[in-house]
Design a protein around this ligand. Structure first.
Ligand code: C2E
Ligand code: MG
Ligand code: MG
Ligand code: MG
Length: 300
């Protein structure tokens, strides 16, 4: 845990599984309050952005938005500390509305600066069983005059197959709108090949467990597994993105396997908008230096 804390610069708390534990209820109340803040500046929740790198050119071709909670006393919290709680309590719809609103606003700000880099927002399983989220997205895009092509949503493979008959129509409507859809954390959810073929998605994100297996001294046969995923996805016309790329050796293998884009600490962790760079991200040991000069919870 210490290592994870150091690398990502965010804290992870494990709360009691018991729904009614006092710590949970306190955090839930605080999350409610954070979501209620009327003034945009009063929000303790914020979106950080991790670059998506085109493996052929090294260019930043998009960002994934990852939520952080700048908690008054606990420091900067990672989603694991509060998203599950939000999902169990029904607050997740407010969390999602916050994420989508923040990202569409950010896209509008960037476009005023002449930038048009797409942003991917993570949706929860609960969001994609109803078309409410489509209505919300449509309204936000219109309100901020942002083209749908700049917005992407990510939904985990597990969420997708768990309630397929309700999720697929929602994804179809998003597709009609022009919003791209990605399957997140692919490979751990046992989706069959025929299921994958019929899904209305544009992108497949290989879970970082498979990417970690490619590391030097990693699991034997891993390249064969990843190659199969890449070829399958490409044959269905999907873009392939690798998550959790941490070293150049792995990036080289992924490029060789034809993976289109990569994300990971090798390039950058998720950063607040002010800290982002839009050009070519040359992987250098700079990352280590960055993190030691920016302790968890400090404002950049
Ligand atoms: P995810 O969508 O699969 O996001 C990737 C996670 O991997 C992020 O963790 C990211 O910081 C981390 N990561 C990126 N590069 C590396 C790397 O090279 N090595 C390692 N070890 N990790 C890397 P994070 O930000 O803690 O988010 C965790 C999960 O929380 C996300 O997984 C996503 O499922 C969920 N999440 C994040 N933001 C939101 C949100 O706004 N709404 C919802 N519903 N879920 C969110
Ligand atoms: Mg994601
Ligand atoms: Mg993922
Ligand atoms: Mg993942």
């Amino acid at each position: 845990y210490a290592a994870k804390h150091h690398r990502t610069g965010v804290s992870v708390y494990s709360l009691d599984e018991d729904d009614s534990s006092p710590a949970r209820l306190v955090l839930l109340g605080e999350l409610h309050r954070a979501l209620d803040a009327e003034e945009p500046g009063a929000h303790e929740l914020e979106m950080h952005y991790q670059p998506k790198i085109d493996l052929a050119t090294g260019r930043t071709v998009g960002f994934e938005a990852l939520m952080r909670w700048r908690h008054e006393t606990r420091g900067l919290l990672a989603p694991a500390a509060f998203i599950p709680l939000a999902e169990q309590s029904g607050l997740i719809h407010d969390v999602t509305r916050f994420a989508l609103t923040a990202c569409v606003r950010q896209l509008a700000l960037w476009s005023q600066d002449g930038r048009s880099t797409p942003v991917a927002v993570n949706l929860s399983a609960h969001d994609v069983t109803s078309t409410d989220v489509v209505v919300l997205i449509e309204r936000l895009l219109a309100e901020h005059d942002v083209p749908a092509a700049l917005l992407e949503v990510e939904i985990t493979e597990t969420a997708l197959v768990a309630d397929r008959s309700r999720v697929v129509p929602v994804l179809e409507r998003l597709g009609t709108l022009g919003v791209r859809v990605a399957i997140d954390d692919f490979g751990i959810g046992n989706t069959s090949i025929s299921q994958l073929r019929d899904l209305p998605v544009d992108e497949l994100k290989i879970d970082r467990l498979f990417v970690a297996d490619l590391q030097a001294g990693g699991r034997e046969g891993s390249e064969v597994v990843v190659r199969a995923m890449v070829d399958l996805a490409h044959s269905f016309g999907l873009r392939v993105v690798a998550e959790g790329v941490e070293d150049e050796h792995t990036a080289g293998i992924l490029a060789g396997l034809g993976v289109d884009q990569a994300q990971g600490f090798l390039y950058s962790r998720a950063l607040p908008p002010a800290d982002l760079s839009f050009g070519v991200l040359v992987p250098t040991p700079r990352r280590g230096a960055d993190e030691s000069t920016r302790p968890a919870g400090s404002r950049p």
